[in-house]
Design a binder for this molecule. Sequence first.
Ligand code: GLN
Length: 292
Amino acid sequence: MAAAGGRCAQYIPALSKADPRAVGIAVTMADGTLEEAGDSSLPFTIQSVSKAMALAYVVETLGEESVFARVGKEPSGDPFNSIIRLETSQAGKPFNPLINAGAIVVSSLMPGRTGRDKVEGLRAFIAAATGREDLGIDEEVRASENATANRNRSIAWFLKELALMDGDVEECLEAYFRQCALLFDAAGLSRFAAMLAMDGLAPGSGRRVISGRNARIVKGLMITCGLYDGSGEFCAEAGIPAKSGVGGGIMAAARGRLGIGSYGPSLDERGNSIAGQLMIARLSQELGLHAL
Ligand code: GLN
């Protein structure tokens, strides 16, 4: 894990305006109790943390066969926005649902015709998992990404060429940008993570949100692919399934124990929050959360 010296994401212009010194952490226990510190209720766009949420939503809604017919379950070892293996890999589909190519396939699978409809369904799913109904969309970040997304657009059109995406390409991209622009905070991420940690049961209410098997699928992909080409190193340090986003968030699910949400928009060269990785690894060591 990289040490100090990172910066906020620059390639989506609106993200570069975040305060690089902001830092917050939240922990949700099985009974729904929340412990938090620092900027834990500061809203930020969840970006790629949404990829794990969207995966949970589609496997639960459509079933794993139809999802994994179009996207793999293996780490790519490449940066999150890489396009190169789409053409060269034998499998003819993205390596996993947590890199951009796989996540855009997942967005296309979300029920609904328009990007707006698709993300309304996802938003309701997140609300059911967390008890938080207040997720907004940062329109400035959404528009900023849409205006500069040449690489994601290239990926999406290539997915269409591979017949991995039904429906209108621009609507699928709109769904992807909208889900990335969902505004949440570290406390909210910790609640979603706690649901995964409790094998699919919502913290507090104990209501089932996803099946135990689907929770395992999502966590398996998080621990192997959730921090992209930094997943192995983070796994060795923290040993907890986690998913990062370039907005500065990370959520991490310690099985049977608790969910963690962190915020720190200063990123390392792989696009993972520096403060978040350090805080989660430290918590894991102090509380004995390492799964391995
Ligand atoms: N919206 C971002 C993108 O596609 C998400 C990337 C990330 O959080 N790693 O580039």
